[in-house]
Unconditional design. Sequence first.
Length: 332
Amino acid sequence: MATGDSSAGATGAAVTGTAFQASTRIGYMGPHGTFTEAALATQSDLSQAALMPLISVPEVLSALDDGAVDYGFVPVENAIEGAVNVTQDALAFDFDFLIQREVVVNVQLDLMALPGTATADDLSAIHTVMSFPVAIAQCRAFLHGRLPNAEIEAATSTALAARRIAEEQLAGVAAIASPTAAEIYGLETVVASVEDHRDNQTRFLLLAKNQVPPASGNDKTSIVVFQNQNEPGSLLGILMEFEARRLDLSRLESRPTRRGLGEYCFLLDFEGHISDEVVADCLRALKMKQRDVKFLGSFPAANGSSSSRERVTEEAWISSDDWLKSLRRLIR
């Protein structure tokens, strides 16, 4: 999800060497007016492509898998609610896609309805609130405090909720969506900024098949690690591979593997690019010691600043590797 202002607070990095032409097809979670569309608009190179709104995250991923689009653009994480599990699980278990870039944007969520339905001081006419489940979760405190008796109805996107209210003229129904959605579908903003925290952000991923963007100098690598079963200290063993190489973890989450109760895998983001020797060495060690490792991509980090520690780590690894090679040359 993104802010209704398509340029406010957005961070992202262009994919070096990738040219997005008018014929390049990018599928995203629609319809028009979604936060995903607003996040796409912050990326000048992506907005030149043929943007194809699809009805849900699973449809975007299926279209990419089938070749109906060249890239998919989907939300993956929110600062309040955490992971967008439908995206995260699809990448971990269902599809072999590679992350091309991440885009982080500020999020504003508004309560909107047909004109004249309610006012900020009197919400009594609203009996139902409709939105994308992740957006609803970001507004729990507002809904509990101001609309405790309203029925909550899930929609496949925030914009689809707004569009449905407008098209079906649903009296007494409000949507939680972006300010842009209210403008597009002719709804009236009843209460602005109903998210529980003002520093709300959502992270999006651009996905493709069979390609890894070259190193930018400020990169992340994302993987899924599947543990060996019934092995004590497995997570500690995973973390030690990063500590030993001074690689900074920016995300660590566990997810059930779908194989049975109590079986979990770990999703990790860490600094560096697969072309870096120290990152390659870490991945090699994890692949050797754990049940499996799924590579989700190396891509430009959204923060846009180079990591001096990453460069020092890489230089230290190369230096130590050269030292080891010099010793091995003494073997007769």
